[in-house]
Ligand binder design. Structure first.
Ligand code: AMP
Length: 283
């Protein structure tokens, strides 16, 4: 597995592969790799002959009171996992490589960034859109895979790629879950045993709500209120948001008529958890 440490190295590596007629997939990550990330690699392998995974904990997408400093970092373990999965190259840029002195450009997406995580994490999607644009341009990969776990992020990235004509195909990957239903996340490492049990109720609540909404498409607001109350009674400390949104535009949905997505963010102790589920109208 090739170790790439700067912009020239990843650019040259991808260009060399392309010159041989090989399709290249990029998977951007922040490391602390788990089976969710590995499922993206499996999907990438179906779409391209060569796979490069980037690991970069991007400071610009963390707010001042967020967990940038304590975000889990496990480079050696990550590299071993990637090698084991047969990844062809790993890109490990430093903050100085990504944001050298004089860096002042921000990629800012409006509208779909305004609610949900964009509301509770001001500036978060500016950081995401900027770093992902850089990674896509630095690599010039043919394909890039992103998880539906971060559903709003996925739509933001699709928007950037369309709006800036970045020549890459964005491939969404389904959410990988633990047996309990808990969506895999690097931040699950923060949870203690008791919190893990509570955390599983997030997806259980989303699943129940999605079924109820399908059965009673006019009663979205009542179902969401009940779900939120149920979560608070089950041990979650706060609900950041629980909203039904259009699956493509993220417009608010009050009556289910088109494919939608039920998205939630909750606080459990010191950990913020996000999850989402597709909600399709009955045919
Ligand atoms: P992160 O390292 O958390 O920035 O995530 C890197 C990529 O992995 C993003 O595209 C995430 O959406 C995706 N991802 C994280 N967790 C999961 C999961 N449980 N299932 C599928 N994709 C995931």
């Amino acid at each position: 597995m090739e170790i790439l440490r700067d912009v020239g190295a990843i650019y040259d590596w991808v260009q060399h592969a392309k010159a041989l007629g090989t399709r290249v997939a990029l998977i951007p990550t922040m490391g602390a790799l788990h089976s969710g990330h590995l499922s993206l690699i499996a999907l990438a392998k179906q779409r391209a002959e060569k796979v490069v995974v980037s690991i970069f904990v991007n400071p610009t997408q963390f707010g001042p009171s967020e967990d940038f400093d304590r975000y889990p970092r496990s480079e050696e373990e990550d590299r071993a996992k990637l090698k084991e999965c047969g990844v062809d190259a790993v890109y490990l840029p430093t903050v100085d490589i990504m944001y050298p002195q004089g860096f002042t450009t921000t990629v800012k997406v409006s509208k779909i960034t305004e609610g949900l995580c964009g509301k509770s994490r001001p500036g978060h999607f500016d950081g995401v859109a900027t770093v992902v644009s850089k990674l896509l341009l630095q690599s010039s990969a043919d394909v890039a895979v992103f998880g539906e776990k971060d559903y709003q992020q996925l739509l933001v990235i699709k928007r950037v790629v369309d709006d800036l004509n970045i020549p890459v195909e964005i491939v969404p990957a389904p959410i990988e879950r633990e047996e309990s239903g808990l969506a895999m996340s690097s931040r699950n490492r923060y949870l203690n045993d008791h919190e893990r049990i509570v955390a599983a109720k997030l997806f259980a609540g989303l699943r129940t709500a999605s079924i109820l909404i399908q059965q009673k498409p006019q009663s979205v607001n009542d179902i969401l209120l009940e779900t939120g109350e149920h979560w608070l009674g089950s041990g979650f400390d706060a609900i950041d948001y629980l909203e039904l949104r259009d699956a493509e535009t993220l417009d608010h949905v009050h009556i289910l008529e088109r494919p939608a997505r039920l998205l939630a963010a909750v606080q459990l102790g010191k950990t913020r958890l996000i999850d989402n589920i597709a909600v399709e109208p009955k045919v």
